[in-house]
Design a protein around this ligand. Structure first.
Ligand SMILES: NC(=O)c1ccc[n+]([C@@H]2O[C@H](COP(=O)([O-])OP(=O)(O)OC[C@H]3O[C@@H](n4cnc5c(N)ncnc54)[C@H](O)[C@@H]3O)[C@@H](O)[C@H]2O)c1
Length: 268
């Protein structure tokens, strides 16, 4: 598929108001897709929707729903609401919402584990439960998750985030075996540290740990992890990879790592 064939498709993005979500929304808007956007951040969502509605001639349609995506009810009613503008059509689901919990194992409570898995794993299960029957009715579709290099190669102090991301990657591999007979392809991007509000908060924590400012903490953390490119990724670089997966007909079960070479494994 070429990006031209994306024109008029309906793309549903969770966590759309965030750094990576909004870059993905801009990339699809640039390719002429209609957008169904979900987030808890009402102001961010409405700012983004207004920006995107004016982005192309002829204009694309953008529908939004404010939803708490940490619960099954929030995900399912949010997706139903946002897709109603498109007669329940969904060609591409980008299951992107996520929340970083960065604490060492001994500091983590049951609540941390439950919330970490709610917003980094179960939310995607519920989104798939909502999207897959609609895609089957239409004769196909595509699902792309935002995984993480932490799901492939966990660093210290990133539980339960890293474990939930590993579970997402496992879900990708399983669905990629179950769904192609219904014309549905499933893949994920696995970004390394990318310049978004999520990483800004992470750097504030590292700055306290290192006793430095956030800018210096960023350099030190990139060195500590041994990221070969020695810089953060940009949200637009992740968005380009999502667009690639959405148009690559032989990518299924693919976990596309975009980590500046941080992931050492030869198996992902
Ligand atoms: N930034 C990185 O370094 C990085 C690296 C690898 C993977 N990721 C993944 O990329 C995805 C996007 O992260 P980001 O960096 O853009 O983060 P971000 O914090 O900029 O965006 C996250 C978005 O999720 C929304 N959100 C949070 N809790 C919610 C809830 N309960 N209900 C609905 N929406 C909620 C926030 O309002 C925000 O708009 C996540 O899955 C994250 O794990 C990020």
């Amino acid at each position: 598929m070429t990006t031209k064939e994306l024109i008029g498709k309906v793309v549903c993005i969770t966590g759309a108001a965030g750094g990576i979500g909004s870059a993905i929304a801009r990339a699809f808007a640039g390719a002429g897709t209609n957008l169904a956007l979900l987030d808890l951040n009402e102001e961010g969502l409405s700012r983004l929707a207004n920006e995107l509605r004016g982005k192309r001639t002829p204009p694309i349609s953008v529908s939004t729903a404010v939803a708490d995506l940490s619960t099954e009810q929030g995900v399912k009613s949010g997706i139903a609401e946002v897709l109603s503008a498109f007669g329940n059509r969904i060609d591409i689901l980008v299951a992107n919402v996520g929340f970083l919990i960065a604490q060492r194992f001994e500091e983590l409570t049951a609540e941390h584990w439950q919330h970490g898995f709610a917003l980094n794993f179960f939310t995607h299960v519920y989104a798939c439960q909502a999207a897959i029957p609609l895609m089957k009715q239409q004769g196909g579709g595509s699902i792309i998750f935002t995984g993480s290099d932490q799901g492939l190669q966990p660093d210290a102090g990133l539980g339960p985030y890293a474990q939930a991301k590993a579970a997402v990657h496992s879900l990708v591999k399983m669905l990629a075996r179950e769904l192609p007979s219904d014309g549905i392809l499933v893949s994920a991007v696995a970004p390394g540290m990318t310049r978004t509000p999520l990483v800004e908060r992470l750097m504030e924590g590292y700055a306290r740990e290192f006793g430095t400012d956030s800018k210096t903490a960023e350099k030190l953390e990139l060195q500590r992890r041994g990221v070969p490119l020695g810089r953060l990724g940009e949200p637009e670089e992740v968005a380009e990879a999502v667009l690639y997966l959405a148009t690559a007909p032989y990518c299924n079960g693919t976990i596309l790592n975009i980590s500046g070479g941080n992931v050492r494994s030869v198996t992902s």
